[in-house]
Design a protein around this ligand. Sequence first.
Ligand SMILES: NC(=O)c1ccc[n+]([C@@H]2O[C@H](COP(=O)([O-])OP(=O)(O)OC[C@H]3O[C@@H](n4cnc5c(N)ncnc54)[C@H](OP(=O)(O)O)[C@@H]3O)[C@@H](O)[C@H]2O)c1
Length: 387
Amino acid sequence: MNESESLQLAEELAVRGRGDVEPNPVVGAVVLSGDEVVGRGWHRAFGGAHAEVEALLDAGDRARGATVCVTLEPCSTTGKTGACTEALLAAGVARVVVGCLDPAPQHAGRGLELLRQAGVSVEVVDSKVSAKLIASFAETLGRRRPHVFAKWAMSIEGAIAPKDRQPTKLSGPEAQAMVHDWRASADAILVGVGTVLADDPRLTVRGDAVSLRPLRRVILDPHLRTPPACTVVSTALETPTWVMTDEQADEQAAETLEQHGACVLRVPSGPNWTEAVLDALALQGVRRLLVEGGSYTLGRLMESGLVDQVATFLTPVCLGPEALPAVDGCPLSGLTLPDGESLSGTAPATQAAARRVAERLRLQDVRVDQVGGDILLRGFRTTVSSV
Ligand SMILES: NC(=O)c1ccc[n+]([C@@H]2O[C@H](COP(=O)([O-])OP(=O)(O)OC[C@H]3O[C@@H](n4cnc5c(N)ncnc54)[C@H](OP(=O)(O)O)[C@@H]3O)[C@@H](O)[C@H]2O)c1
């Protein structure tokens, strides 16, 4: 295999990280010794090893004197993992071929310069495919908001809870194991207070999944209805719980929650409260946020165009009349007739909200898999799919 073919292989490997690494870019790397591929790697999980490090590990001693083809310029600063330039130098590689430069102006060219100064031959290929792989990452470089990954399980009619809101486990054990993996690579899990009141969830990483970073739990609760005795508050010393409220929320209720271990964060109320909450979470260091519902919370986030990634398990059950729609604002059977009337008699205001959600969320790079007895549909707000 030559360098050009190796870079192409690295680009194909990069896509495997899609959905698990954001807001980081997807990156792939190949170690080439002569014309033989001796190592392959890709960035697999947010907070996990970078592609170059994975490929070097795969190559072992055969990386010495080899060429590394990588889709994105190696990082030169130590973040969650060590600098990739150091790993490349420690492995003794002779040449590094990159698909595109780091899009951050303060880093662009820096990694390559360090390698060059250390005697490594470097080349930038300016591959269109490599550039496309990082396009959405490059767009969001200056953005403060976390990457929002929304997931839920729903019945075949698109509902997430029965009329009586009795806690109902919809998806099977295989789907739940996946959710624990997703939780493990998130900085925080967010739900609305309605979900805390209905289900008293734990929102922790369990089973075989291992957290890659300290996990925080976030409750959207403008009126401080979170019960101090609920599980996420009573276990807040082990896994921190932040209750996001506004500046008008009751002082006494806030104090009680804090006495029970929760941290109450006030975000000024206003029409853009949801967005302001995400900004506040970003300031607290949340970069990857897993949103687990419920209906109202998903509706407001989607309506505001704040959801970057979606995963929904379609479960072969029906929840019956007046079940709760997965996304508030998109009522069940809310089909609109050509003359503007709704089949379900939905109020025009709700129809407008449904239209806004529909306009804001058109999934790209869609993938459908069967997971145990459930169907998993995944997609993104932006695409890298021309790769
Ligand atoms: N199947 C699934 O995957 C799944 C997942 C999660 C939940 N659920 C189910 O969903 C149900 C709960 O859903 P839900 O819609 O009733 O409640 P929810 O979305 O969990 O919480 C809604 C409440 O949270 C506050 N809130 C959330 N987002 C807000 C925003 N952007 N701006 C202002 N306030 C916000 C509001 O509190 P205030 O009203 O106090 O202002 C709102 O009423 C439960 O039955 C639960 O079992 C199912």
